[in-house]
Design a protein around this ligand. Structure first.
Ligand code: FMN
Length: 170
């Protein structure tokens, strides 16, 4: 198998190129929340994805350099809030400020957890696993409850925010 031994690994793509290519993959936008020693922390996240239906598992990834990492790493309970097309300000606030809860449209529910009025879906989760993901950590969470509404999503594509246009069958 001399040919195989001589084979070299293909070079890996540059981070900036990968970021640009991934921006062509349109996603929804979420805010993930968890409670830390100084109260609730939130973070805008678009790495959210489903993993498994049974058991019900979802994932998201967080940069290892994030100042919010210690809170999310320690949290047993978290919630993923899927933003609607009118919640661009919520999205932007939680990119910059982990504690941007003091706003209209946020309330604390009967379990003592924050909720944003009008979110498309909300997943309450408990910790399942944390995996290495290069310069990120991958959090896998078990979904304990969901709520949903019928508003329109906030979409992130090509570095910009927009809304969704449904194509209906002719
Ligand atoms: C649309 C969008 C999606 C994002 N998704 C993620 C993500 O999935 N994981 C992540 O670690 N940061 C993500 N970020 C960045 C964080 O929201 C936040 O800006 C970053 O964590 C700030 O750094 P800090 O946590 O050190 O304050 C995203 C930002 C935007 C605008």
């Amino acid at each position: 198998m001399a040919g195989l031994a001589e084979r070299t690994e293909p070079p890996l793509v540059e981070p900036a190129i990968l970021r640009k290519a991934m921006s062509k993959f349109a996603t929804g936008v979420t805010v993930v929340t968890a409670k830390g020693p100084r109260g609730w922390v939130g973070m805008t996240v678009n790495s959210f994805s489903s993993v498994s239906l049974s058991p019900p598992l979802v994932l998201w990834s967080i940069g290892r350099q994030s100042t919010r990492l210690p809170v999310f790493k320690a949290a047993e309970i978290s919630a993923v809030h899927v933003l609607n097309h009118r919640q661009h300000d919520v999205c932007m606030d939680f990119t910059r400020n982990a504690h941007a809860f003091d706003r209209e449209g946020v309330r604390i529910n009967s379990s003592g957890m924050p909720e944003f009025d009008g979110t498309l879906a909300r997943f309450e989760c408990r910790r399942h696993a944390v995996h290495d993901g290069g310069d990120h950590l991958i959090f896998v969470a078990a979904v304990t409850s969901v709520t949903m509404s019928d508003t329109q999503p906030l979409i992130f594509f090509n570095g910009a925010f927009g809304s969704f246009e449904a194509k209906h069958p002719d």
